[in-house]
Ligand binder design. Structure first.
Ligand SMILES: [Cu+2]
Length: 477
């Protein structure tokens, strides 16, 4: 080989090198196409993993992640059954979109449903206008829409998700199966060197309820439900004693709360709602209202079998029963136990921020009607409920005057929780969801530094959002 190569001129060798590179790119392209078409053609396709079933990942190539989401009602394979669902590309849990700060996501949304839909990119700090995170857009049946998301270089790293945000239809579309995870990559780079490159797992949490072989149009909290992890019932995973892994816990369902617990182990929280923390805390249980994410380090203890589960949780209107979600087996040769970080990000505490404006906001319902409101008004996309000035920090006191909890979610700009029911709250990061206690109040501070335009805040129990518990913010210069 070396000898025959020596017979060619330098130019010719370069040409051969280029052709080899092109051939390699062609093979790579073919492989990518195969991966994409498998995703498109095989309902419920999930990457074959020796250990734990996880959605496949789609990554950026040359700084741009391109993909197509086809929204369609169709029969899918889910948990050993064939059921009718409203899904993206035939999968109950869509492949994960994985990009780094500074990259661009280009999404094509094809609407094959018989009703309008659209997309929201939950937790991303990107423009709320045009073809970006614009929930005022409507993609009608038969239409194809482009979404272009410019992820800023300074974007926090962690776990995010996407789902439809079409008013009145968000619940049936998300509950029907239309949601997936976005990972903004780089969280492991912020861990101590001996924890960089550790194994990681995604736990995309969703439930479903069936009637006549189809997923219900809306969640019925009083009925039993089937909780899944990555579209599987009670999947198994294994770790070695002493091993540390990064687990990405994401409630990508429509309505249910989870209170996560791993028998015999604590969660070491390194990011909340995609924000790396300035103070790593240990938790025996983590409450995830709909939309919530925690990235946690799990350090395996002694050999044995441990249940990963949601423990009973009282939301005020519904008590969600305990359910097993996955089973962790710890086995094999012990690994050295890494020391865990105390902090993974600079302190962005807004305690001493200058407050430009304060607001009082209340979440209310109306007697026994399915009417949910903010400040006594149902959502109106054409009304501005809060005009904020770019470059300022605001403090909002949000009162819940109902007898059940509501998860408050603000688009585009994450906030710091300052107090809950009058008790100072020692935040470890910003966040994009906070649970409003029943008949209680939460004080938050939100920085509106960039990205002008209209966006929303709302309750993330999608039945409440669809029935009016949403309001409009307009950010102006
Ligand atoms: Cu609510």
């Amino acid at each position: 080989m070396a000898r025959s190569a020596g017979m060619f001129s330098r130019k010719r060798r370069l040409s051969i090198g280029w052709r080899c590179a092109r051939a390699a790119f062609a093979v790579l392209g073919l492989l990518l196409c195969l991966v994409a078409s498998v995703d498109l053609l095989r309902p419920g396709a999930i990457a074959a993993q020796a250990d734990f079933p996880e959605p496949t990942e789609i990554r950026a190539v040359g700084g741009v992640l391109q993909t197509t989401l086809i929204a369609e009602e169709q029969e899918i394979a889910l948990a050993g059954q064939h059921i009718k669902a409203r899904v993206f590309n035939g999968a109950f849990v869509r492949p994960t979109l994985r990009a780094r700060p500074g990259e661009r996501i280009e999404l094509e949304l094809v609407n094959r449903l018989a009703e309008p839909t659209n997309l929201h990119f939950h937790g991303l700090h990107i423009s709320p206008g045009g073809e970006s995170d614009n929930v005022f857009r409507m993609v009608n049946p038969g239409e194809t829409a482009q979404y272009v998301l410019e992820i800023p270089l300074t974007h926090p790293t962690g776990t995010f998700w996407y789902h439809p945000h079409q008013h009145h239809l968000a619940l049936e579309q998300v509950f029907g199966g239309m949601s997936g995870v976005i990972i903004i990559d780089g969280l492991q780079d912020q861990l101590p060197p001996d924890l960089q490159g550790i194994g990681e797992h995604l736990f995309a949490l969703k439930d479903f309820q069936l009637e006549d072989g189809a997923i219900l149009m809306e969640n019925a909290p009083a009925m039993p439900t089937t909780r899944t992890v990555n579209g599987q019932i009670n999947p198994a995973l294994t770790m070695a004693p002493g091993e540390t892994e990064l687990w990405r816990l994401a409630n990508v369902g429509a309505e249910l709360f989870y209170q996560l617990h791993l028998d015999g182990h604590a969660f070491h929280v390194v990011a909340e709602d995609g924000n790396p923390v300035w103070d790593v805390r240990n938790a025996d249980a983590l409450v995830l209202p709909p939309g919530k994410r925690f990235d946690v380090l799990v350090q395996a203890g002694d050999a044995g079998t441990y249940a990963f589960k949601t423990i009973s949780y009282d939301q005020g209107n519904h008590v969600y029963p305990e359910a097993e979600l996955a089973t962790l087996t710890i086995a094999g040769a012990a690994q050295p136990v890494a020391s865990l970080p105390a902090s993974v990000a600079p302190d962005l505490d807004l305690d001493s921020a200058a407050i430009a404006t304060t607001r009082d906001i209340f979440f209310n319902d109306v007697d026994d009607d399915p009417i949910f409101e903010i400040n006594g008004q149902q959502f109106d996309p054409n009304r501005i409920d809060a005009q904020v000035e770019l470059g300022t920090v605001e403090e909002w006191t949000i009162r819940n005057v109902t007898a059940e909890q509501h998860p408050f979610h603000l688009h585009v700009n994450d906030f710091q929780v300052m107090s809950v029911n009058g008790q100072p709250y020692n935040a470890a990061s910003l966040q994009d969801i906070v649970t409003l206690p029943a008949n209680g109040e939460v004080v938050i501070r939100a920085p509106f530094m960039d990205y002008g335009g209209k966006f929303v805040f709302h309750c993330h129990i999608l039945f409440h959002e669809d029935h009016g518990m949403m309001a409009v913010v307009n950010a102006v210069e």
